[in-house]
Write a protein that binds this ligand. Structure first.
Ligand SMILES: [Zn+2]
Length: 312
């Protein structure tokens, strides 16, 4: 009896495998993101779609993967939140434009932010009736974490795409949003000030000149911001991109925090655009930030001898 949990874990890992999706398989998903893509006159031409289902810690996960058939080696694009629709469109455009592999968490037809279920979610103590995918990157959820990160093509960066609710730039609540370039304490006193480790872009690009639109580059706190990250930030700022170096001491279970603490060998950026009814500005902001990152930050991943990305 005492071996049962061990055997169960082995079975879970060994049965994990990505399955190719043909047109009928894609239609059967009834995924709002893909249907919206078609409604906009776009499609998945040039991309191989596949998916995987697995259960871990009480949650049934469904990931959908989009691979550029011509250029499978490229960044790993990750969209953890199914309700962040502009990020999905930004990811599809990015896979097409820059190659690589895009992975989205599909929470089902309802496209909720959190995965329904009941169990242990990432770093959270106790059990919960829903799991935020971007709090589930952790050693305690190795299947979820590895299934995504094992897809990273060698020598390439991970680029996470998100949209966020309005922060201080107009949420109508005095700025409760935490996804912002601004310092909350100063804002409460009526003072606009950039948060610690934040650097505004050159304000020269209209679509990026917003404190809720920015790139997050995590690093292990207690150390200085790595010189290569600072160089990347300068290039991003010069292209109009706001940058926040997120100092991480203890992981909150986000992909950012997980990579900063556990996989510093991986070049990583999280691009935050605004969540709006019209998806076009968010997807366009993602495009501008992606181009700036790939143009100005290649020193972070184009290393002569890149560290192995798999086989932890
Ligand atoms: Zn998100």
């Amino acid at each position: 009896m005492q071996f049962a949990p061990y055997l169960c874990a082995i079975a879970l890992v060994s049965t994990a495998g990505w399955l190719s999706l043909d047109a009928a398989g894609i239609a059967a998903l009834q995924d709002d993101d893909i249907e919206r893509l078609r409604a906009n006159g776009d499609d998945l031409a040039g991309m191989e779609a596949s998916h995987i289902r697995f259960s871990e810690n009480g949650f049934d996960w469904h990931l959908v993967r989009f691979t550029n058939e011509q250029r499978p080696s490229g960044p790993l694009w990750v969209v953890p939140h199914d309700d962040e629709n502009a990020a999905f469109h930004g990811m599809i455009a990015a896979v097409r434009r820059h190659g690589g592999i895009g992975i989205v968490v599909d929470t089902g037809i309802a496209s909720t932010r959190r995965q329904p279920g009941y169990g242990v979610c990432g770093v959270r103590p106790g059990t919960a009736s829903g799991c935020d995918p971007n709090r589930n990157f952790d050693g305690r959820s190795p299947l979820f974490t590895r299934t995504i990160l094992d897809q990273l093509p060698e020598g390439q960066p991970v680029i996470a795409l998100h949209t966020n609710g309005a922060g201080f730039s107009g949420d109508g609540k005095g700025g409760r949003g935490s996804i912002t370039m601004l310092d909350a304490r100063f804002y409460a006193r009526g003072e606009i000030r950039v948060r610690a480790d934040g650097y505004f872009g050159n304000r020269g690009v209209a679509g990026l000149d917003d404190p809720d639109v920015y790139a997050i580059m995590p690093y292990r706190s207690g150390k200085a911001v790595p010189a290569a990250d600072a160089g990347c930030r300068s290039a991003l700022n010069a292209a109009g991109v706001n940058v926040w170096h997120e100092g991480v001491e203890r992981s909150d279970g986000s992909l950012s925090n997980y990579i900063a603490l556990n996989r510093p060998d991986i070049a990583y950026v999280n691009l935050e655009a605004k969540r709006e009814a019209n998806l076009a500005p968010g997807a366009e902001a993602q495009r501008l930030m992606i181009d700036a990152y790939l143009n100005g930050c290649a020193a972070l991943w184009n290393k002569p001898a890149s560290a192995p990305v798999a086989g932890r």
